[in-house]
Design a binder for this molecule. Structure first.
Ligand code: PMV
Length: 512
């Protein structure tokens, strides 16, 4: 059975209308995921059907944002990753093109695929999983298929096996299935969460791995004498992980995940020729983890097909683990979940519904938002705090803006949301005062998105001693600027600022 046959089956009701695009472009987001019980070995190379089930945790707001559209008068697809066009002859482009060939309505239809990744660079966390999951979600919107997540999971698997687990947040299980067409081989979320869970990524190698997971899996299945034991190991580990999650037994979760990963790497060492992804830094870090455990700190590791390690621990050990590994980047998979829901309002700020973040911005629907302006008196002047948005933001990346802004979640008070975001983005908690609301609509240059917001403006007066701890994922720099300098620069260099900043500043000044 070929990929094309599976796709034909899933899209059978769309024959002939597959190319009827209703949107000029479609956007989607998917999180990266880390397997706690690994997928290692395929029973069908073409369809990425695994030998065993597996179980992962999605990585909160670390993942891939993808936009797909047609290239007007194209001679081929264009792929842009984190703002850089990918060479057409690269392995990345070849694999993506082959996958998109499965969906192209005709040979002259070419795609522009733009992706932004917030997966820590080269952290050994498969960005292909979130990449193919986001791509399938974007295609579903682009062609208006309205497929169920189960079917989308099957489609994502055809792009990259572990991508089928990246369609959900939290814990996700990928079922092995029995059928040869793989229609019963898809992922589904577990309903239980674990807010205190933390994942830390340790990066030892920025180099692309010499042997891909695809090749390494195939070689393991073909040559390791121990491979027949792997399905039994997985069966036991899956049971233990389910039990650990339902009883919130962290030691059981961590020890099972660590053992499962070591067993997977042991299989690789037993292949002909052997495959060893670890380097001396990997081994030293494993020993450090074991020393910490010996000293009573509950920290465990897991390793994918690369030299880097991911550490597992709970919130109460965060400081101690961070000081043992200063370079550790910590992810809070349940706390940092991307909330996609915004509050839709009418022109009197009355709530009229909720909407998913991206379509709301694509269609320019009016929604509730807030802007925070922190200010201080310094050397006889009033200064305001500006932040430079991270390069990973889905719009207005790299631009300078007011101290913090965002959207309240459905059911969340707007002041509480402003305090929450101020803490998440700038690392400070302080009293804020709402000074009013204003309504604006603006196109966000270069993104095809629209801001149409009922913006609640909050101000907070700061002391000159205020210590800011900006979150690197959100904010790349900050600066205190006098009002006069800012107003002059907004005139001269408006392209360096967000479209909403002039209005927020005008509002702020009217309260002074
Ligand atoms: O989906 P792939 O081909 O990137 O393989 C993933 C393999 C591991 O990351 C090592 C294990 C897993 O289950 O994610």
């Amino acid at each position: 059975m070929q990929k094309q046959d599976v796709i034909k089956e899933i899209l059978k009701q769309f024959t002939g209308v597959k190319s009827s695009v209703t949107l000029p472009a479609a956007y989607a987001w998917a999180p990266a995921n880390l397997a706690l019980c690994k997928y290692w070995g395929k029973r069908d190379e073409e369809l990425n059907l695994p030998m065993t089930s597996s179980l992962s945790i999605s990585l909160g707001n670390r993942g891939t944002f993808t936009r797909i559209s047609y290239v007007a008068a194209g001679v081929g697809d264009i792929y842009v990753v984190n703002g850089k066009e990918v060479a057409a002859g690269s392995e990345f482009a070849k694999r993506l093109r082959a996958f998109l060939d499965l969906f192209r309505p005709n040979k002259q239809a070419f795609y522009l695929v733009e992706t932004e990744s917030t997966v820590p660079i080269a952290a050994g966390l498969a960005s292909s999983a979130s990449g193919y999951a986001a791509l399938v979600l974007a295609l579903n919107k682009f062609y208006n298929w309205n497929l169920a997540k189960k079917e989308l999971s099957v489609l994502a698997r055809l792009g990259s096996g572990s991508a089928c687990r990246s369609l959900w947040s939290g814990f996700v299980e990928w079922y092995r299935g029995e059928r040869s067409d793989g229609m019963d081989c898809y992922a589904a979320p577990l309903t239980l969460g674990w807010p205190e869970l933390r994942i830390g990524t340790l990066i030892f190698s920025h180099q692309a791995k010499k042997i891909s997971s695809r090749q390494a899996m195939a070689q393991t299945v073909a040559t390791s004498k121990f491979y027949p034991m792997w399905p039994c190991q997985v069966e036991v580990d899956l049971q233990k992980i389910h039990q650990a999650i339902s009883t919130q037994d962290f030691v059981l979760l961590g020890s099972t995940a660590e053992h499962n990963s070591l067993a997977m790497h042991a299989l690789m060492q037993s292949t002909l020729p052997p495959i060893i992804y670890s380097n001396s830094d990997t081994i030293a870090a494993m020993q450090r983890v074991w020393e910490l455990r010996h000293a009573g700190i509950e920290v465990f590791f897991t390793q994918d097909a690369g030299a880097n390690l991911q550490l597992l621990f709970l919130a109460n050990e965060e400081h101690i683990v961070q000081s043992a590994f200063p370079e550790l980047e910590i992810i809070r998979p349940f706390f940092d979940m991307r909330s996609e829901q915004l509050i839709l309002v009418d022109e009197t700020d009355r709530e009229i519904g909720v909407g998913e973040k991206l379509p709301v911005h694509v269609n320019g629907q009016l929604h509730r938002a807030f802007s925070v302006v922190l200010w201080r008196r310094h050397n006889g002047n009033i200064e305001v705090l500006l932040q430079q948005r991270s390069k990973h933001k889905y719009h207005s990346a790299n631009l300078w803006s007011n101290s913090c802004c965002g959207h309240p979640r459905p059911g969340e008070d707007v002041l509480a949301a402003a305090m929450r975001r101020l803490h998440e983005e700038m690392g400070v908690t302080m009293p804020l005062r709402e000074v009013g609301t204003f309504l604006y609509r603006a196109e966000l240059p270069g993104s095809g998105l629209y801001e149409h917001e009922m913006d609640h403006v909050f101000v907070g007066e700061c002391s000159t001693q205020l210590a800011l701890k900006p979150n690197r994922d959100e904010v790349q720099a900050f600066s205190w600027m006098t009002i006069d300098r800012l107003l002059a620069d907004l005139n001269e260099n408006s392209q360096q600022y967000t479209v909403w900043l002039p209005q927020v500043m005008a509002f702020f000044l009217s309260t002074k």
